[in-house]
Design a protein around this ligand. Structure first.
Ligand code: HEM
Length: 413
């Protein structure tokens, strides 16, 4: 079933909405839900299954404010719905789960390893690796793009992270499994708990080995930067280095493959746009940006209120949980004209796909570049493509993922 094509239809009623339930996002059009929220209940009180309440914000203006105002909306207790009511055991320890000013102590050195100038310097090596990854597509035939793109984040940023290439498959598969342990594609254990134990064990074994490798053989990468990091005048311990490896690997692998898949899918369904891109490859940066808005791989970002405050007409108390539905914000008709059109002329395109403010994605330059290379190489060879089977969506309330996307590729005769 396709769940993001065409104009969404507002729901008849918002009663019984289960925004926390992953089934909501695989069984129906998620944009029906968010459109209805923006129209009829832009701010509301929702509940987790254990009864813990949280505020849902659906408009661009409110989501933008929540994500940018780190003094009022803290990341320290968790940034995904699964943390609501229970917190996150890595809270206050990792780049994603810290607030300024301490957050900058870890963000600044990591940024230096992943910024635009570094990506530019390594561009040829990454292009060669992306070419190897998409070689089967360039040759033509039928392929499951979701499986193939799983490795894209590591191809884009594995060297920048400092993770040896022999571990890329393990990291790519297990990070996704860790956020969607109930998805049949990723359920490797007897039950959810067993799957999580197994995938975390595999990931932390790789990170432990990588730490030893980078200690012996330092590079200009994230792991080496973490090993040299001092916070409050003291070096951080290996556990904290590993938690940050996990955080960065998660940021990369939970998002990049799905932008590639959703963008290819959008193009397959709009061949006139792909023809325009082939005719004018200068459109590719706009394609990648619109692909990120279109996909909005993170449905939501969670924050916790630090002091009594007011937003969107409601009063909130310190300690309240807040959910910014950024995927809804990215379709807000107050900001984006014709938001359900995949439009390469959208300028400006101030989407929140990469977040905003102090936590803006540090992997954005690397992922933008790798995504561009895919479209440049396909366009250069005038490869056409179409959907060749059932599209399956990731069972997750957080990530707008695709687990299976069969497509047929036809190189230019
Ligand atoms: C198209 C691909 C990507 C998308 C759409 C994306 C999206 C995001 C978003 C929405 C955030 C903000 C999280 C928040 O505010 O709580 C974020 C932060 C982050 N992303 Fe990405 N990401 C992508 C690729 C990557 C890659 C390739 C990496 C690493 C190699 C990465 C690493 C991170 C990290 C470490 C953060 C946290 C930054 C901070 O807290 O200061 N991301 N990303």
């Amino acid at each position: 079933m396709r769940i993001d094509f065409g104009e969404p239809k507002p729901l008849d009623s918002l009663d019984g909405l289960r925004l926390h339930d992953p089934a909501t996002y695989v069984a129906g059009c998620r944009h029906d839900v968010w459109l209805s929220l923006r129209r009829h209940r832009p701010v509301g009180r929702d509940h987790m299954p254990d009864g813990t309440p949280y505020w849902s914000f659906a408009t661009y203006a409110d989501c933008d404010k929540i994500v940018k105002d780190t003094a009022t909306y803290s990341s320290e207790d968790g940034t995904i719905l699964a943390s609501v009511g229970v917190g996150d055991s890595a809270g206050g320890q990792t780049i994603t789960l810290m607030d300024p000013p301490d957050h900058s102590a870890i963000r600044r050195p990591l940024m230096r390893t992943m910024r635009q100038s570094v990506v530019r310097r390594r561009a040829d090596a990454v292009r060669a690796k992306v070419l190897r990854l998409i070689d089967p597509l360039l040759a033509g035939g039928e392929h499951d793009i979701a499986r193939l793109m799983r490795l894209l984040p590591m191809v884009a940023a594995g060297d920048l992270l400092g993770i040896p290439e022999q571990h890329w498959e393990t990291v790519a598969f297990n990070t996704t499994a860790s956020i969607a342990p109930e998805d049949p594609e990723y359920a490797v254990g007897r039950d959810v708990g067993d799957t999580l134990r197994r995938v975390h064990h595999r990931l932390f074994a790789v990170f432990a080995e990588t730490i030893e490798t980078r200690r012996r053989d330092p590079g200009e990468d994230v792991v080496t930067a973490l090993l040299g990091l001092e916070i409050g005048g003291r070096p951080i311990d290996d556990r904290r280095v590993m938690l940050n490896c996990y955080s960065v690997a998660l940021g990369a692998n939970s998002t990049t493959p799905h932008v590639a898949c959703h963008t290819l899918l959008a193009l397959a369904e709009r061949p006139e746009i792909w023809r325009a891109v082939m005719a004018d490859p200068a459109l590719i940066p706009a394609l990648v940006e619109e692909g990120a808005r279109w996909t909005s791989p993170t449905h939501h970002l969670i924050r916790r209120v630090t002091a009594d405050t007011e937003l969107g007409g409601v009063r909130m108390a310190a300690g309240d949980w807040v959910c910014a539905w950024v995927a809804s914000a990215n379709r807000d008709e107050q900001v984006f004209d014709d938001p359900y059109a995949f439009d390469l002329r959208r300028a400006p395109n101030p989407h929140l796909g990469f977040g905003a403010g102090a936590h803006y994605c540090i992997g954005a330059p690397a992922s933008r570049y790798a995504l561009s290379v895919i479209f440049e190489e396909l366009a250069r060879r005038r490869v056409r493509f179409e959907v060749a089977g059932e599209v399956r969506h990731l069972y997750s309330n957080w990530i707008n993922g695709i687990t299976s996307l069969p497509m047929r590729f036809t190189p230019d005769a």
